[in-house]
Design a protein around this ligand. Structure first.
Ligand SMILES: COc1ccc(CN)cc1O
Length: 331
């Protein structure tokens, strides 16, 4: 079996996140979820979510699905790196992504969501694609959609082809040769504690020399920006007129009119270049002449994060074999 579905920017302007249509239950209920390789809970706005916390989202109503079953006594609670959070109870139901169906998928229904989820009107929940060890359901941890689907997939992989301000694709069970150029370069994945953790071979700022140095980090489709060690950030923003690391805005900002260098990162011998446009991420507030950078410091996070700003510069293969590996190709 295989599946394929669009990854659409959730907002018209900054690629804050990408949403993908899924169907849940019988008859099928369609929701738009943020596919997140940085977490492993599949949770949705639901008929159990307080109406005061819903602002336009579609909800999953298990009581309207003839195939829904309550997982009695099971609850979930998750907090993300940006401080957002949600929690609730758990059902199993039929769940499909782009023609690929899993029966008995754990669907975590929100009984509480934090304000940043409420304000993300087009996002009806998250679909975790991290390793199932990260799943928060207690007392019995649940499997991700990918782990449930894996045995029936033609190949135990999914791929992410995210794009700059346009729709890309998530494919399950196959690698579409039309989506990339050259060869896919694979590097090992450390699956403890549950992220797609890999080591980049180094970086270059603009047309400067490549600095060969191992940079461990996670490939995280659910994070908008790239978070790297401070030393790399100072090397990059030193090249940007008027750039400062702003306590006020919580990161590197610069005049939106500034000329930005590209940023290149290595995967083995391969090189991937993030164009300047991806790094001039967004005005700090609507209409401001000050822009927030797409490259930020990982100081204080505890892990380096290759988020969407980097991922959309590549075609990425998440290979769930044992041991897992991650593949990168230009496109
Ligand atoms: C508030 O929005 C989000 C918070 C956390 C994640 C997971 N990294 C994804 C989101 O879209």
């Amino acid at each position: 079996a295989t599946g394929s579905a669009a990854a659409v920017p959730v907002d018209e302007r900054f690629d804050i996140a990408y949403i993908t249509p899924v169907t849940i239950g019988t008859p099928p209920q369609t929701l738009q979820l943020d596919f997140d390789t940085g977490s492993s809970d599949l949770w949705v706005f639901s008929s159990h979510t307080p109406p005061s916390q819903i602002r336009g989202q579609e909800v999953y109503a298990p009581n309207k699905s003839s195939t829904a079953k309550l997982l009695d006594g099971q609850t979930w609670s998750i907090t993300y790196g940006d401080g957002s959070a949600s929690r609730g109870n758990v059902y199993t139901d039929n769940f499909a992504v782009g023609g690929l169906t899993v029966e008995g998928q754990a669907v975590e229904c929100a009984q509480q969501v934090s304000s940043s989820f409420t304000s993300e009107e087009h996002m009806d929940g998250l679909l975790g694609l991290g390793f199932s060890t990260l799943n928060t359901v207690s007392p019995k941890g649940q499997l991700t959609f990918f782990d449930n689907a894996k045995s029936k997939l033609d190949s135990p992989v999914f791929t992410a082809d995210l794009k700059y301000r346009e729709a890309g694709t998530y494919d399950f069970g196959f690698i579409d040769k039309a989506k990339y150029t050259g060869e896919i370069v694979y590097v090992p994945v450390e699956m403890d504690p549950g992220y797609w953790t890999f080591t980049s071979s180094g970086y270059a700022v603009g047309s400067g020399n490549f600095n060969a140095a191992p940079i461990s980090g996670i490939a995280d489709t659910g994070t908008s920006l790239v978070y790297l060690p401070n030393s790399i950030l100072t090397a990059y923003y030193r090249q940007v007129q008027g750039a400062t690391n702003s306590a006020n805005y919580g990161g590197y900002v610069f005049p939106c009119s500034a000329t930005l260098p590209a940023f290149t990162f290595g995967i083995g011998e391969a090189r991937f270049t993030i164009p300047p446009a991806y790094i001039s991420y967004a005005p700090v507030t609507e209409g401001s002449a000050t822009c927030f950078g797409g490259l930020q410091s990982s100081r204080g996070i505890g892990v380096n994060i290759w988020g969407d700003v980097a991922l959309k510069a590549a075609f990425v293969v998440y290979n769930g074999e044992n041991p897992p590996k991650i593949g990168w190709a230009n496109k």
